[in-house]
Design a binder for this molecule. Structure first.
Ligand code: 4AD
Ligand code: MG
Length: 431
């Protein structure tokens, strides 16, 4: 007897197979049990008739509870009405372990209730679909960079100083008398890595002590960050566009079933094709003014502004040249207009807002030192970073793309918390 995974069931049509999984749902009618079995790779209906399995085995399934671990043997049969196209006619059932009073039933539960049971909630069909899309996004990102000659060079999580402003730093006691901070971004180290290896990327968890409760912010999120030596803002925008088109394409190609389970309108995702509109901050501000939003030149876009902007387009947009004052210390000012910085944000359509932030870096030693001082950053902690400008400095740039923001957009989620197995937020540290 072959042990099979549900996702491979088509290969076993007409054959006897053994499925090892859990009971997701059960319906019974006098002489037949309809068991929906899940094994992590999918869900399938197993049809168990009294006639086929005998009185005693049939009876054992009478009170079989949701999430009990079971091993089912039977014949795989094509059925055009079945969601996955196949069913299994059961010949034998083994109960591996019974689950008592599984707390997540098919009835509606509140979000807090589910979040407290996140370790179980991820067994649901919807959550599994999301995590599979996440897996695809991550693999897509890796394949994209690996296929283009980028070297994965890791960056530290314990860092001595801020990268993205001092207000969202998480301090950690580092032995007796030092404080470390959980990294907000691997960028500064990526810049050093790029000067060594040319084109690099880092991919890992990043941390922000975000005190706000929004649907777009986690305190721990995954970010992929490419960095390129000898690159300008235009190169950075091109790379960002290529990456987003590729990743969305991968999800559409490989995760149709999951997107369908999520009832995602994939026609919206099909439109994610190059070229993305490139609009300056000034133009974006003008659009917001015309739409009647109370937006003043000089500020950063808030979530409602980003939503309003992205609603104007059917694909992601690159917004470039933000006022230097609202952006990080490392951004290069536009030589033609120093009050704006050569940075870019990519905003996703359908109101999903910023998925990518990056730009060209300040490569000039004197100006960088001045910025570090203006931002009241401790110069000692940045000496190594200044070294990059002392020894063979060149134009360079890159960006960071938040994985949960992208997953949330591709899956059409309302909130980032479902886009990661165990979300960390202001009031959420358990489980
Ligand atoms: O725009 P951010 O802050 O840019 C940087 O950190 C740069 N140092 C990256 C770089 O150039 N290498 O963050 C980049 C992206 C955002 O566009 C967003 O997708 C995501 O990271 N992000 C968050 N995702 C979830 N929760 C949060 N609190 C996030 N903050 C940023
Ligand atoms: Mg940003």
């Amino acid at each position: 007897m072959t042990t099979a995974y549900i996702e491979d069931i088509a290969k076993h049509e007409g054959q006897q197979v053994r499925l090892r999984g859990w009971l997701h749902n059960r319906r019974s009618s006098g002489k037949i049990h309809f068991l929906t079995v899940r094994d992590g790779s999918g869900f399938i209906q197993c049809v168990m008739s009294k006639q086929a399995v005998g009185e005693e085995m049939f009876k054992r399934a009478d009170h079989l509870t949701q999430e009990s671990a079971i091993i089912v043997e039977g014949t795989a049969r094509a059925d055009s009405r079945a969601p996955g196209g196949y069913e299994v006619d059961v010949t034998s059932l083994e109960i591996v372990s019974e689950a008592k009073d599984y707390p997540i039933t098919p009835k509606e539960h509140g979000v807090d209730y589910l979040m407290d049971r996140r370790h179980l909630w991820i067994r649901s069909q919807r959550q599994q679909a999301i995590l599979r899309v996440r897996h695809e996004v991550i693999n897509g990102v890796r394949d994209f960079f690996n296929g283009r000659g980028f070297i994965l060079a890791d960056t530290p999580i314990f860092t001595p100083a801020a990268c993205e402003g001092t207000t969202t730093l998480f301090p950690v006691q580092y032995f007796e008398d030092a404080t470390a901070y959980l990294t907000q971004s691997g960028q500064l180290y990526n810049e050093a890595n790029a000067m060594a290896l040319g084109r690099v990327y880092s991919f890992g968890p990043t941390f922000r002590a975000e005190k706000s409760k929004t649907r777009r912010h986690l305190t721990e999120f995954w970010m992929v960050e490419p960095e390129m030596a000898y690159a300008t803002l235009d190169d950075v925008m091109q790379l960002a566009e290529d990456l987003v088109v590729y990743v969305v394409g991968r999800a559409l190609e490989h995760r149709k079933r999951e997107l369908q389970a999520l009832e995602r309108d994939t026609s919206k995702l099909e439109k994610v094709q190059a070229p993305f509109p490139r609009i300056s901050y000034d133009e974006a501000a003008e659009i917001l003014r015309k739409k009647g939003l109370p937006f003043e030149w000089g500020g950063d876009f808030g979530a409602p502004d980003e939503t309003a902007l992205s609603e104007e387009f059917d694909r992601p947009i690159c917004v470039h040249r933000y006022p230097s004052a609202v952006k990080a210390f490392y951004m290069k000012p536009d030589p033609d207009r120093p009050e704006v910085a050569l940075g870019v944000d990519v905003l996703a359509p359908e109101g999903y807002g910023e998925i990518i932030g990056g730009g060209e870096r300040l490569a000039d030693y004197d100006l960088l030192l001045q910025r570090i001082k203006e931002h009241n950053l401790p110069q000692e902690a940045f000496e190594w970073y200044l070294d990059l400008r002392r020894y063979g400095t060149v134009a360079h740039g890159g960006f960071g793309m938040g994985i949960e923001r992208v997953v949330s957009w591709i899956c059409g989620l309302e909130h980032l918390r479902e886009a990661i197995p165990y979300p960390r937020m202001l009031y959420r540290l358990y489980p």
